[in-house]
Design a protein around this ligand. Sequence first.
Ligand code: UDX
Length: 466
Amino acid sequence: SSASDQEKLRPPPPHVLIFPMPVQGHLNPMLKLAHLLCLAEFHVTFIISDFNQHRLLQHTAASAAFSRCPGFQFRTFPDGLPDDHPRSGHRAMEFVSSVANVTVPLFKKMMIKENFLASAARRPVTCFVADGLLSFAPEFCEENGIPFIFFGTATTSYLWAIFRFPQLLEAQEIPLGGKSMDELIESMPGMEGIIRRRDLPGFVERAQAVVFNTCEDLEGQIVAEIHKHVPRVFSIGPIHHQVKHRLAEKKAESSIITASLWAEDRSCMDWLDAQPPRSVIYVSFGSLALVTREQVLEFLHGLLDSSQRFLWVVRPDSVTGSDGNDPVLTELMERIKGKGLLVEWAPQDKVLNHPAVGGFLTHSGWNSTLESIAAGVPMVCWPYFADQTTNSRFVSEVWKVGLDIKDTCDRKIIEEAIRDLMDVRKDEFMERAENLAKVVKRTVSKGGSSYNNLDGLIQYIKSLVV
Ligand code: UDX
């Protein structure tokens, strides 16, 4: 028929290759970017570890959702770690080297062997959207003539701080300790005698484009600074909200793809239904943080002493120094009954958007922060590592939608911060959080900057098709 003839004549769409680090906080925004590009009818190949793909398909309806995105495909690789590796806490960084040593060589070999993933139905990859942590990407792209798009999963301000590290040293904002910029760095294991102070990171400048999961309303000034160094900057966040908006706009049947690596305990939604509006503080430290038994005790006492209701996510194996039969912990857990609920993993975005939730005690992971901001929920920030220490500062000092209790873990401080947020200064925090949520939602709606930037990114990728 003429319709199918036309179909045959139409050139295949752009084919985008997306490669995140195999951890929850990177998988989430990059899968959502994949979803957005599929809604634009692009082909997408998404690199994932065998280990995570198995968990994803076991715990979520991701496969069903992607079956409604015909342009989407996974390619799996080993992450190089044994199945019983914790992949969290201080050992999370072992990912970075394992991915570099095991996954990346296999990936490169596959790319060359399979002619950059060309097939009868697909063109070879049009561009490579690589997680900002994959430092092999710029060189690989340059060698093979593939446009390289840098994807930042963290706050733009944090990335900017990293990229400016050599300049911060040069300006002596960070002491050089009497050394010159050209002296070799000797205290970086594995890189002794190679890296000079002036060689510290800056590889974003080698990208043809960068994509940030942020928006101009939150980090406009910093995005503008980065723009001076890279030709194209697309801040398209909060991505999770952009997906919701685009799906609603298309009246698409496909629901938003959640990509949980743990089984979501839905029973907490029924429990929330039974609580008064804005009365519950949700507690979660993301997918990587580990807490010690002592820290758990401080949080438990702080929460109980604050007299607020709480829903607390305690991931399996996330408490160190306790064997699960700890009498003190067991007794405290008994005491929380009625006031609080513990779950191993929650449908977090749904929880944050539940009317009973009035606050979030968070480790300030960037996804959690954006989800909380878009849901209009103020935060108590207890950053754990990486960009979280910067994120929490922005939450308390720039956007003023929360309190930062970093570098402490004391029941009294926790109790007071929770009381301030949920009771004493509740109206003030609620008002600011609700206003910020409105601003951030507007940015992903038609005519908003993140909405326009996503269209810009789609147009840019289309322009790369030769
Ligand atoms: C990491 C870093 O810590 C973060 O700062 C960085 O910017 C991205 O990668 P993580 O520590 O896991 O991620 O925190 P976060 O960025 O908040 O991501 C956690 C994700 O898991 C969120 O999207 C959150 O909604 C989800 N989650 C968490 C659940 O779905 N259920 C839970 O019970 C807990």
